[in-house]
Design a protein around this ligand. Structure first.
Ligand code: FEO
Length: 173
């Protein structure tokens, strides 16, 4: 059961944004690694891996519905930030934008009367609540660490503990 051209196009645009998100976090990971912050770099690398799963979920859903997957060029992310806090602030800002895009996609599914697509997007809506909460915590913690070397070092060790366990997006396997 196809979704129809309009909704499929919007899903494809979101796939591109999720891959861009992955690129953005990979760039942040590389930059944090250059700043000798391996823990923060690892945290961002896990974030990169999560974004790939978000994109793959949307791709799989298009395939499940029999709609065309239209992969588009991925915009190059910026490569430098002024501080770890600046990178985490921009990550939060980006996640807030992603939340708006996901909400718009859900609204379109409602307008198109596509209940299956709308239900599928529930997982993404809830995921964005977690993404923003994590982002807000990051900004608070890196803001508190400020320029204090001991605070930054402790925080970096804490961030290095993040592991990757791929999200299971319902109804795809
Ligand atoms: Fe795919 Fe970080 O939202």
């Amino acid at each position: 059961m196809n979704m129809g051209t309009k909704l499929a196009k919007a899903f494809n645009e979101q796939i591109n944004r999720e891959y861009y998100s992955a690129f953005l976090y990979l760039a942040m990971s590389a930059w944090l690694n250059e700043q000798d912050l391996p823990g923060a770099a690892k945290w961002m690398y896990v974030q990169y891996q999560e974004e790939l799963v978000h994109a793959q979920g949307l791709v799989k859903y298009l395939m499940l519905r029999g709609d065309k997957v239209d992969l588009m060029p991925i915009e190059a992310p910026k490569k430098e930030w002024t501080s770890p806090l600046n990178a985490f602030e921009e990550a939060l800002e980006h996640e807030r934008q992603v939340t708006k895009w996901i909400d718009d996609l859900a609204k379109m599914a409602e307008e198109e009367g596509d209940r299956a697509a709308r239900l599928f997007l529930d997982w993404y809506i809830l995921e964005q609540v977690e993404e923003e909460a994590n982002g807000e915590e990051n900004v608070v913690l890196w803001g508190r660490a400020g320029d204090a070397p001991s605070g930054i070092m402790m925080l970096d060790v804490h961030y290095g503990q993040r592991g990757f366990s791929p999200d299971e997006i319902p109804h795809l396997d």
